[in-house]
Design a protein around this ligand. Structure first.
Ligand SMILES: [Zn+2]
Ligand SMILES: [Zn+2]
Length: 647
């Protein structure tokens, strides 16, 4: 028997230690902290293991109470919702058999065998209503350890072959059942305290899925769903999904005529259309200018290199088999490779003359197009392609310059992000696995210096970072940038990477102040990552409403009728002379139609010209998103435009 006054010591996440009666649950602890917290507790993390908030805690422990705001709380909520979905399905489709029902990144699914009963989008509402009806009954999720024999007997009686199959792999003594309402499932948990936390439910999709992912097995029906503790959160989520669909860069890229793919050219090889090329060139020029200011020297290197170059760099050994195969020439002793990266070429540029410590850092920048053979199933719009252009640069520096160079690159990257409207960014610092230092190339001393240089540089620049041990490449530590877009989605962008490997392989040297030969450190960096990927993100972030300076077509001149064509053309040339891009819409269409089409094509400025404008050398201005700005003299419009376009 437990003594009444027996206490356990509980350490909370803030480090405070409190005493509670032995056998207190996570919920009990929450209730003593505040009623509000108790209403929101979904599960408890006890000594690092997530468990039901209703399970007794019998020993001293560290306890974290998990709510909707914790990823593990969310996962528990969604997995518990899978049980609720199963309960609803069992009520509506008697005889349904159940596979597995895990939480996924957003929501959960359950694989079910409906025994041939049809199930489609039209049935979603009925199931959602049933789920909410059951949720309102505040059914408790009750945990019950069960012997294997009893568990087998239960599912034999019920006639559920999938649960019996799952049971085969489980050891006696580890098996638990969970029940809520009339539904019992084989599950190790954990779950939320009761169903009343679930206030909003939506079935998202239905698909086929082979049992245990094996196509020799029966195909089950996979029902995807999502639930929320508030209707408003579900509404917000559905809105974001809709928005994301509208902003899909593959869809907008086609509609706005930015890029295209052709089967004949080859999968994963984007064709940049005239408007997309304007956008891309603006971006390149913007970065080119910023890089010249930051002390980079532009270089240009060929799209191919001799196989020997990549044998030296190690790429051939590592990727040769799985990538584009060598290009032959009439000379049987000659082989070339499409370049998979620009670094080896830049190493050879470094070697074109002797370097002294005073020459360093040497920063070589190139918009270098590279080719990598991605599996066809992996290809996706502009974000996964087989040919792409990196905004690449390699910094060759002394070991004592690594920190300063990192700070400079961080400055450049943040300048790029801020100018392009990405204000929510963070970075990941990837370091060595301290337990396994032998798998890395380069001396301990160099690694320690570089790692602390990166950490200090990020801290001094106020960059929010997470640090991951063991995530560094074998050849050096790195820092990767992440941005969150307008829809809250996270994207990985550019990277800064230290490399001790290539300088060795290419035997790069400089003469130090001591007159001795030393090996430089090489830093790879690409703020955008690649032009393709960055533009995809830019399209999805802006929904195609690019800043004025990037817009492929900044103005559309819309004559009210053909009588004003001459004036419209004259105006076009005047604007062109002032570096303003656009077109004259000479179609025989009503002005309303011309305005609508320009809006659909996301042209920022529409300049409407008729009799009055032609007579007064004026334009009637509409700004996308703002509406009618009234009539103004052409000279005034140019001034307004130029003030806005400056970056
Ligand atoms: Zn479960
Ligand atoms: Zn590189």
């Amino acid at each position: 028997m437990i003594a009444q006054d027996e206490q356990i010591r509980v350490t909370l996440p803030d480090g405070s230690v409190r005493e509670y009666p032995k056998g207190s649950t996570g919920l009990d602890i929450a209730t003593k902290i505040s009623e509000g917290l108790a209403r929101n507790v979904l599960a408890a993390k006890v000594n690092g293991v997530v468990q039901d908030a209703t399970r007794p805690i019998d020993e001293d422990a560290s306890v974290q109470l998990l709510t909707w705001n914790d990823p593990e709380g969310k996962a528990t909520f969604w997995h518990s919702s899978a049980h609720l979905l199963a309960e609803a399905l069992e009520a509506l489709y008697p005889g349904v058999k159940f596979g597995i029902g895990p939480a996924i990144e957003t929501g959960f699914y359950y694989d079910v065998d409906l025994g041939g009963q049809p199930f489609s989008q039209e049935d979603f509402k009925k199931v959602e209503d049933k789920m909410l009806e059951l949720a309102r009954q505040k059914q408790h999720y009750i945990r019950k350890p069960t012997s294997k024999a009893d568990a087998v007997a239960y599912f034999e009686e019920k006639g559920d072959p999938y649960k019996l199959d799952l049971l085969e792999g489980l050891a006696d003594g580890t098996i638990t059942f969970y029940s809520q309402g009339n539904f019992t499932d084989l599950c190790r948990g954990p779950h939320i305290p009761n169903t009343s936390f679930i206030k909003a439910a939506k079935l998202m999709n239905v698909a086929g899925a082979y049992w245990r992912g094996n196509e020799k097995n029966k195909q089950l029906t996979r029902i995807y769903a999502v639930t929320y503790p508030k209707q408003k959160e579900l509404d917000d989520y559905l809105y974001l999904l809709e928005e994301a669909k509208k902003r899909d860069h593959r869809k907008l890229g086609k509609e706005l005529e930015l890029f295209a793919f052709s089967e004949k050219v080859g999968a994963g090889l984007p064709l940049w259309l005239p408007k997309g090329t304007v956008l891309r060139e603006r971006l390149e020029n913007f970065l080119r200018k910023a890089q010249v200011r930051a002390g980079y020297s532009p270089v240009v290197t060929p799209h191919i290199g001799s196989k020997q170059l990549y044998v030296t760099s190690g790429h051939w050994e590592k990727y040769g088999e799985d990538s584009f195969q060598p290009i032959k020439t009439p000379d049987p002793n000659e082989e070339f490779l499409l370049k998979p990266m620009n670094c080896p070429h830049h190493c050879e540029i470094y070697k074109t003359k002797p370097r002294s410590y005073r020459d360093l850092p040497l920063r070589l920048a190139e918009f270098g197009t590279v080719y990598r053979y991605e599996q066809s199933g992996e290809l996706h719009g502009l974000t996964r392609v087989r040919g792409f252009t990196q905004d690449d640069a390699h910094i060759f520096c002394r070991p004592d310059q690594v920190k300063e160079e990192f700070m400079k690159v961080i400055d450049l990257v943040l300048y790029v992000f801020n100018t392009l409207g990405f204000s929510d960014y963070s970075a990941q610092i990837s370091l060595r696995d301290p337990e396994n230092k032998t798998k890395y190339i380069g001396s301990d001393d160099l690694w320690e210096k570089a790692e602390s240089a990166i950490i200090e540089a990020a801290a001094e620049k106020g960059l929010p970072t997470v640090t991951e041990l063991g995530e560094a490449a074998f050849y050096g530590p790195k820092l990767d940038f992440m941005v969150r877009d307008a829809l809250g989605r996270k994207w990985q962008l550019g990277t800064i990477q230290v490399d001790y490997n290539l300088p060795n392989r290419f035997e790069l040297e400089y003469i130090g102040a001591d007159n001795q030969k030393h090996r430089p450190v090489m830093i790879h960096r690409a703020p955008f990552g690649s032009m393709e990927r960055f533009i995809a993100i830019l399209i999805e972030n802006s929904g195609g409403n690019f800043p004025l300076w990037l817009s492929p077509e900044q103005i559309a001149i819309l004559p009210i009728s053909e009588k004003y064509e001459d004036y419209a053309n004259e105006l076009f040339f005047t604007l062109q002379e002032n570096d303003i891009r656009g077109f004259v819409d000479l179609r025989d269409e009503k002005i309303g139609r011309k305005i609508r089409d320009a809006e659909v094509n996301k042209v920022p400025y529409m300049l409407i010209v008729g009799e009055k404008e032609a007579a007064e050398s004026a334009v009637s201005v509409r700004r996308k998103g703002q509406g009618d700005l009234g009539s103004m003299p052409v000279a005034e419009f140019i001034k307004t435009f130029q003030a806005e376009v400056k970056v």
